[in-house]
Ligand binder design. Structure first.
Ligand SMILES: [Zn+2]
Length: 301
């Protein structure tokens, strides 16, 4: 049971269906999911919210200029654009994604076709990709420790059974104190591939802990303090640890479905994994996610 008035529950979400429509539109404007002001695409004058009983959303935008009278859908450029689903159903699916409902549960609860649910889960992961690539800060910094490592997803147990087609190397790092992380699929594990990723995702001046993989040999020349742990000897050597990144691999592998380990799908799942960690301190992930979706899907103004 939610303990804060800021936390949206499924019960509240279903309650929205009984809201007067104007109140619902204003609620979505506050989230940034719908525009508050729209300029007429034809004459440039401000448009107003117009009650329309013949459109699904109950409203559209209409130009103030009586000679123009141009109209525009509420949804243009928004999280709700180009979908035949009602805004309420899209919000329900989005809510259920943030609450980790399975695709089957969402299909059952909303009566939506399974391919539609698959699409919306993919759209949610695209928001995660955007936030992790564009809007999140690099990890580490002077005086901070970042553990890095590479791991093969889709590896066979004990090298038995048929070779898997869907094997994918992933490179990642985790800040020891904050657990902030980044994960990137990589085609190979050489220095030419990994060093640019390190420079993009880890602040200069960080202390980097890793194993003795040769691609990391020149980290010291790139503005980092580099300390290594020799895995063949012991997991933890002195004060140099890679336990956090080892734990990260375990959790990440649990979260990436074994049937979706092609690079194109994995990028989305890894971004979702990092995004949920990034937002783990939020009181209500649904509210936080809607605000993040509004950063990628900016309503037409
Ligand atoms: Zn106009």
């Amino acid at each position: 049971m939610a303990c804060s008035k800021d936390v949206v529950t499924l019960e509240m979400l279903f309650e929205w269906k009984r809201w007067p429509t104007k109140e619902r539109v204003e609620g979505l404007q506050k989230f940034g999911l719908l525009a508050e002001h729209v300029a007429c695409p034809k004459c440039g004058r401000e448009m107003f919210l117009n009650v329309r009983n013949d459109v699904t959303d109950g409203y559209n935008w209409r130009c103030h200029n009586y000679k123009c009278m141009a109209t525009q859908t509420l949804r243009k450029g928004t999280w709700f654009s180009q979908s035949k689903l009602s805004i309420n159903t899209i919000l329900e699916i989005t809510y259920m994604w943030t609450r980790r409902f399975t695709q089957e549960q969402v299909r059952y609860e909303t009566g939506t076709a399974s391919h539609t649910v698959v699409n919306w889960f993919n759209f949610c992961r695209e928001v995660c990709l955007h936030i992790m690539q564009e809007a999140s800060e690099p990890v580490g910094g002077p005086g901070r420790i970042v553990q890095i490592d590479e791991s093969l997803f889709g590896k066979r147990k004990y090298n038995k059974g048929k070779p898997r087609k869907c094997q994918q190397w992933v490179f990642g790092g985790v800040e020891a104190d904050t657990n902030s992380c980044f994960l990137q699929t990589v085609k190979c594990r050489d220095a030419a591939t990994l060093i640019p990723i390190i420079k993009e995702f880890i602040r200069p001046g960080s202390t980097i802990h890793s194993d003795c993989w040769k691609a990391y040999d020149r980290l010291g020349e790139n503005g980092y303090t580099h300390l290594t742990v020799n895995h063949s000897v012991t997991f933890v050597e002195g004060d140099v640890h890679t336990n956090k990144i080892e734990g990260l691999w375990k959790h990440a592998k649990d979260r990436v479905p074994k049937t979706h380990r092609k690079q194109s799908m994995m990028d989305g799942y890894l971004a979702e994994f990092c995004y949920r960690r990034l937002r783990s301190g939020e009181t209500c992930l649904f509210r936080a996610f809607l605000a993040d979706a509004a950063k990628l899907y900016k309503p037409a103004q």
